[in-house]
Design a protein around this ligand. Structure first.
Ligand code: ZN
Length: 50
């Protein structure tokens, strides 16, 4: 998988990639952690909010 175009939809930082696999939601590390903790939620429109 190419890493280009893989940027966080919230802040535009590079998508968090571990072991060669990018997050399907394209979140960066910081926002990925927030999503894991349910601090932000992805709705049907692809918008995250608290
Ligand atoms: Zn982000």
């Amino acid at each position: 998988m190419e890493n280009k175009d893989l940027v966080c939809p919230i802040c535009g930082e590079p998508t968090n990639v571990y072991y060669g696999n990018a997050r399907k939601d394209r979140l960066c590390y910081k926002h990925g952690m927030m999503a894991n903790k349910k601090e932000i939620i992805l709705n049907e429109n692809g918008i995250y909010s608290k």
